[in-house]
Design a protein around this ligand. Structure first.
Ligand code: NOJ
Length: 744
């Protein structure tokens, strides 16, 4: 063990029991400390900071990664992913801190996507809560748990706009809308980083996957994207921009190629927009082997050129591709890459380490007692239960819900009813199946003993119907059936694109059997994306979307089913009727023929076999009460640049007999633009709680900047003219009023 001199500013010698990097005084600004350290680094040490490898946890024994040990000891890896645990990270960190020449600590990264050990609903689910406080709190808890297990950096939030449910990664997104996506992106970044990165329980966030990864052609993961600059700026960029404005520390480049250039080496994205226009000062990492995948994309002939192009475009850290490890030093030596660019990239990585306080205490997150106390702590579980119920969306209810208390018998049937792993969903971090409370277990509390019957019925794949008989039997003896159907965790997330969005395997057949019993059927859909419900709808009396609800999803959803919680979720994505309608989103253009132009009603923009409308619209979700809207008024008929903002006010009344929460939504239509404009766009929302019979006025503020878009000349800003506002409980909000934006 080394003893090191630290804190020279104290003018005294401090002997510390652990090795620490010799750096400039902690009182100096981070920029000065970075400059000082850079001045003492060799070219190879600098390159090392830009290299990231995945760890398999063990340093010794079977499956160990002995080959990484010399590299880390030489300062050749600035960060690692997938190494976690207070003890494990300490072991790996020691290699870097005690053996490398400059004792620079490593960053440990993990995909903490919807919780670390306590798993919250998938991000698409939490987006359905429209509850920014609860979302921020969930990320705060995720960060606290991640730090307790040695992690400094999460590859989240994923802020890709997702308008194609065939794409499995829609599960990781906040859905289709740039405004909702931006608002949630800010909440997530704040949750991970707070406003004081380095404070206990904070970790670096990473906005990914820059950019337009959600627009992969035909919804096929990793496929190509071709999106106009206008659509990038209006739709795909805003949540990334919001993340930058919230201070996000890092970015990840997408796997996709965009207009012919992979995002990994896309100078338009990384250099011009991200750094040039938005002033991002953090660092950018590739996605897994993104640099070497350019050989497959076919825009480079070899790894050296892939590394050169990526680095010059603004890609700072290489995840797993060996491109920088093998070629970057030579590229700098040969002059192909300027030293200034190298110093900028390394400086950004070092700055993040300084901000996190790793130079003062490289083992700050390696406390096993803390780890034990914090992971899956009772308060975290309670928050996960609460967010699971806030995320659930009630799409249909003919009165069967909430389940009547008082002696009824419930049959819970289906492949998702008692499946801990599937309840966790994709990217479930360090979530433990053994800690999950399933729907079946939770309902057994509400309906004890013989009042709860259970049968799995079938799987979500294959064609085995041998479990149907038991399912029929369970259903026959019950007053109501809860059918937990949908997707397994493996059918959702990365590399799980689907060409069919029907219930897979024998699930629809099982539902038919259940329907045939004549008992009321509640469909509880657990899935990572919208699934088609046309065939399902006539067979069921209620539809509750629970998404993949996480560790405490069982109790959370049971709360909704029993009425202990009144559902308040609203769809963050449009729910199509058929795959042929995709991409389908509410903020579409009007077209030149929105309605028939001929007596036969033929010549207009439509399908001859399916309505244009979705099955369920964006922003929609039912409650056990109803809300009525009236008294819409504007503070003025005219909005003047430089003048006061327009205040849009409406009255919302809980018209039912029980308390509930409503997401009040504001949409705007720009009637005429220099380019065509969407039929409406979300510009505000507020989630409010109202007692039975209670009314409240809700106000939104609209300034000219809120009406900005990418104009015909490619500048970004509003255009004077006529607008309409709409206020209501979903994207079809009917209450409307006109206003005019005047020229500056
Ligand atoms: C690939 C995924 O695309 C990305 O989202 C993730 O962060 C990395 N792998 C690291 O696990």
């Amino acid at each position: 063990m080394h003893l090191r001199l630290l804190l020279p500013s104290l003018s005294m010698l401090v002997l510390l029991p652990i090795a620490r990097p010799a750096t400039a005084p902690t009182t100096l600004p981070v920029e000065d400390r970075v400059r000082d350290l850079l001045s003492r680094m060799t070219l190879e040490e600098k390159v090392g900071q830009l290299v990231q490898y995945s760890g398999r946890d063990t340093l010794t024994g079977p499956g160990s990664q002995a080959e990484l040990v010399p590299l880390i000891k030489a300062g050749g890896a600035g960060s690692m992913l997938n190494v976690h645990g207070a003890a494990k990270t300490r072991e790996w960190q020691k290699l870097a801190v005690e053996s490398s020449r400059l004792h620079i600590p490593m960053l440990f990264a993990l995909d903490v996507v919807h919780g670390c050990r306590t798993i919250f609903p998938i991000p698409l689910g939490t987006a359905a809560s429209w509850d920014l406080g609860a979302i921020e709190q969930a990320e705060r808890i995720a960060a606290i748990e991640a730090s307790a297990t040695g992690i400094h950096w999460t590859f989240a939030p994923m802020v890709d706009i997702a308008r194609d449910p065939r794409w499995g990664r829609i599960a990781e997104s906040a859905g289709e809308d740039p405004f909702l996506g931006s608002t949630i992106a800010r909440a997530r970044v704040r949750g991970f980083q707070t406003d004081r990165l380095g404070a206990p329980g904070t970790i670096l966030a990473c906005a990914k996957h820059f950019a337009a990864y959600g627009a992969v052609q035909a919804g096929r993961d990793y496929f190509t994207t071709d999106v106009t600059e206008r659509v990038l700026r209006d739709v795909y960029f805003p949540p990334f921009r919001a993340a930058v404005d919230a201070g996000v520390a890092t970015f990840m480049a997408g796997f996709n190629d965009l207009d012919g250039t992979p995002c990994t080496a896309n100078a338009f994205l990384l250099d011009r927009v991200l750094r040039g226009e938005w002033g991002f000062r953090g660092f950018v990492i590739s996605d897994w082997q993104g640099i070497s995948e350019m050989l497959e994309h076919g825009n480079v002939a070899d790894l050296r050129d892939a590394a050169r192009q990526s680095f010059l475009a603004g890609l700072d850290v290489d995840m797993e591709a060996q491109g920088y490890e093998k070629h970057l030093a030579e590229l700098v030596r040969s002059g192909a890459v300027p030293v200034a660019r190298l110093d900028a990239a390394v400086g950004a990585v070092l700055a993040a380490k300084f901000r996190l306080g790793l130079f003062e205490d490289p083992y700050r997150n390696c406390d096993e007692a803390q780890e034990k106390a914090l992971l899956f702590a009772p308060a975290h579980r309670e928050a996960a239960r609460d967010l699971a119920r806030r995320s659930a969306v009630l799409l249909k209810n003919n009165g069967v819900l909430p389940l009547k208390a008082g002696g009824i018998t419930v049959a819970v049937v289906g492949p998702l009813a008692d499946s801990a792993g599937d309840q966790l969903g994709c990217w479930s971090g360090l979530g433990e199946r053994s800690e999950v409370v399933t729907l079946r277990a939770a309902l057994a509390e509400a309906f004890p003993g013989a009042r709860l019957r259970y049968a799995q019925g079938c799987l979500t794949t294959g064609d085995d119907t041998s479990g149907f008989a038991a399912a029929r039997q369970a259903a026959a003896g019950a007053d109501v059936i809860v059918a937990a159907l949908g997707e397994t965790a493996n059918q959702s997330g990365e590399s799980t694109s689907r060409a069919s969005l029907d219930l897979s395997g024998p699930q629809l057949a099982l539902l038919r059997e259940l329907h045939a019993t004549g008992k009321p059927v509640v469909l509880l859909l657990m899935a990572g994306r919208p699934l088609l419900l046309e065939a399902v709808d006539p067979l069921v009396d209620a539809i509750l979307v629970g998404w993949h609800p996480g560790s405490m999803g069982g109790p959370g959803l049971a709360d909704v089913l029993t009425g202990a919680y009144n559902p308040s979720g609203k769809l963050p994505v449009t729910w199509p009727r058929s795959v042929g309608q995709i991409p389908l989103f509410y903020a579409h253009k009007n077209s030149g023929r929105p309605t028939p132009t001929d007596p036969e009603g033929k010549y207009f923009s439509h399908y001859i076999d399916t309505p244009n409308t979705p099955r369920f619209r964006f922003g929609f979700g039912l409650s056990y009460t109803t809300f009525a809207y009236d008294s819409l008024r504007l503070s003025a008929p005219v909005l003047q640049p430089g003048g006061p903002a327009l205040i849009v006010t409406a009255r919302v009344r809980n018209a039912g007999a029980r308390a509930g929460e409503e997401v009040v939504q504001l949409y705007v239509r720009d009637r005429v633009g220099s380019v065509t404009r969407p039929v409406r766009e979300l510009k505000g929302f507020e989630k409010i709680a109202l007692a039975a019979g209670e009314s409240r006025e809700v106000s939104f503020r609209l300034a000219p900047a809120d009406l900005a878009f990418c104009r015909a000349d490619m500048t970004f800003g509003p255009e004077p003219g006529a607008f309409d506002v709409f206020v209501g409980g979903d994207s079809n909000a009917a209450l409307s009023a006109p206003f005019t934006l005047t020229a500056p």
